[in-house]
Design a binder for this molecule. Structure first.
Ligand SMILES: [Zn+2]
Ligand SMILES: [Zn+2]
Length: 280
């Protein structure tokens, strides 16, 4: 009888102790399993949402004086185009854009193609290090906002520069498509993957002299004209943004813009790349 009463009295106490021990073990395990928020570049410090520490984020090589048209670094040789200069916002235009204006309307690049951006982009492209895409797109997101200034998001579509089928099969992914997706999600923009296709395989642009690149890209892209006209009439599409990892001479972007504007000449075609490689 006494034993029965004692057992009834002790049962809740034992339960409470067991529960407390269980919570302690849970907290101990959670401490061990907590994801490390270390900087992906230097490995030290507390990384923020962009997966880089403040120091590494601030040290990324940004395009300091971008040309208002092509987004390339105008540098110290600044040219102010007389027709485009206003008292409020003087337009900084590079000599190349004054001599031969591009087919696309405007381009912007987040970073200079210099260390560490060049290494990171190469590792994305050739070693499938896709985990580098979110920190890079996060670091250049504000540049896309500048490019899209005044555009309604529902009237905009991002278009990854397409790879030829053979290259996409070999690589297993299109880095431009992955970059476009990462840029689009936080801004609630839409990506059109099938609007622009590569009609033929081209030689790698990096292996060619700047003057040969335009010839290499000539008529390399085809547009799904029916889909584009539908977007234009039904969704009131006004702006397409070509997305790429690196932009050098702009020959690829120009050829894409030419194909798109051949179907819908009044469309605004913008270009956004993670990094800008200076022409040499
Ligand atoms: Zn760091
Ligand atoms: Zn320019």
């Amino acid at each position: 009888m006494f034993q029965q009463k004692l057992s009834t009295f002790l049962r809740p106490q034992v339960y409470r102790v067991a529960k407390w021990l269980d919570e302690c073990v849970g907290q101990f395990e959670a401490g061990f399993n907590r994801p490390l928020r270390r900087c992906l570049l230097c490995g030290s410090g507390e990384a923020g949402d962009q997966a880089l520490c403040t120091g590494c984020f601030d040290d990324l090589p940004r395009v300091r004086s971008p040309c208002s048209i092509c987004g390339g670094n105008v540098g110290s040789a600044r040219l102010l185009h007389p027709d485009l200069t206003s008292a409020v916002s003087p337009a900084l235009i590079c000599g190349q854009c004054i001599r031969v204006p591009p087919v696309y309307d405007k381009a912007r690049c987040g970073l200079e193609y210099e260390f560490p951006a060049d290494e990171l982009i190469r590792s994305i492209k050739y070693r499938a290090a896709l985990h580098w895409i979110p920190p890079l797109t996060c670091s250049v997101s504000s540049e896309l906002d500048i490019l899209l200034d005044g555009c309604q998001s529902e009237q905009v579509r991002l278009i990854p520069v397409p790879l030829h089928r053979s290259k996409a099969c070999h690589r297993g992914f299109n880095q431009a498509a992955a970059i476009a997706r990462a840029l689009a999600v936080p801004k609630r923009l839409r990506v059109e993957h099938r609007l622009l296709l590569r009609a033929r395989a081209t030689r790698p642009q990096a292996a060619l002299a700047p003057e040969s690149r335009r010839e290499n890209m000539r008529e390399a892209f085809i547009v799904d004209a029916q889909r584009l006209r539908e977007l234009r009439s039904i969704k009131a599409l006004t702006t397409l943004v070509l997305i790429d990892d690196v932009m050098t001479t702009g020959a690829t972007a120009d050829e894409c813009a030419r194909a798109l504007k051949a179907v819908e000449p009044s469309l605004t075609v913008l270009v956004f790349a993670l990094a800008r490689k200076s022409q040499c």
